[in-house]
Write a protein that binds this ligand. Sequence first.
Ligand code: CIZ
Ligand code: SF4
Length: 364
Amino acid sequence: MSSLARAIQDYSLLSDEECDQRIQAAKATLGDSCVVLGHHYQRNEVFKHADVSGDSLKLSNYAANSSAKYIVFCGVHFMAEVSDILSRPDQVTILPDLAAGCSMADMANRKNVERSWKELNSVINADEQVTPVTYINSAADLKAFCGEHEGIVCTSSNAQQVLDWCFEKREKILFFPDEHLGRNTGYRMGIPLEDMVVWDFNQPLGGSTKAQIQNAKMILWKGFCSVHQMFQAEQIDDFKKQHPETIVIAHPEANFGVCEKADFVGSTEMILKTVRDAKPNTRWLVATELNLVNRLNEEVKDQGKHVHFMSPTVAMCSTMFRTDPQHLAWVLENLVDGNVVNSIEVNQDDKLMAKKALNSMLSI
Ligand code: CIZ
Ligand code: SF4
């Protein structure tokens, strides 16, 4: 029965333990009508309530194939948008805290990308020569931009296959918003660094010369993840002085120097699988978000595996951290009352075109 929605203010003073009980009770009442998704970077107090955990794409696909009407996405805004785009029209995606954004996703927006596209068209024939590729960490209207320009979305798991698909169609790629994922992936595919230019949208022609743009195979948007930029190649050297046997694994959002020194480079799903499948008594230095690394260490320590966080300073994702048990209890108890709060709805035009770009990726 729908009533006046409960206010978040009434939850802010609840202890985590009180929230735990109320979350469990609400989930029991909601049953199969609701699924709680937990991204790998969520903090433990929230992660433990997730029905399923994973990277953004795995979670969205899971939700879309579930019978649940309500998808409560404990992650960040772009993930909830992808969930809304890929789910059925009768499903509703909820983001417990609307302020949970992604600083990297915010580094590119539709206005800047359209302006850059126009500028590229003044030097080359972008419409015929360039495929726009957006990392899944981006707003829905940028995914729509890619859909409108025969472009595509990629994740950190499939970036290489996506770039292969692009180069079969056109000779150049505009990659946004993460410079590092673009460079690390391109380089591993054999594209020399001198064939990649960085596009700084604050500068005329992105800060490159006409000749550099004409010769480039990849144009890399100057964006980065504030968490993964904390990792530095010297941290690997320092750690290995103490523990030379260490195996290094990095997320491709980390910079080129870190990825060059790493033994493995891959997405969160790949990092988890590699360490889980590794031999006992191995030591790992990991360049990705702290919550994932700490949980992985707890999980495998009984096998004699040691999992260390690469940076000597804490590097948590502050926007992932915004989702707390208080917000989760708030959205779930509202659902029990029949009230939907914090639903994420991508507008129909963007949805259609973003879905086109997502489907191109999913069909690879
Ligand atoms: O797609 C995701 O979930 C992100 C942001 C990272 C990854 O590598 O899984
Ligand atoms: Fe965005 Fe980086 Fe946080 Fe991932 S870890 S959500 S890329 S800010």
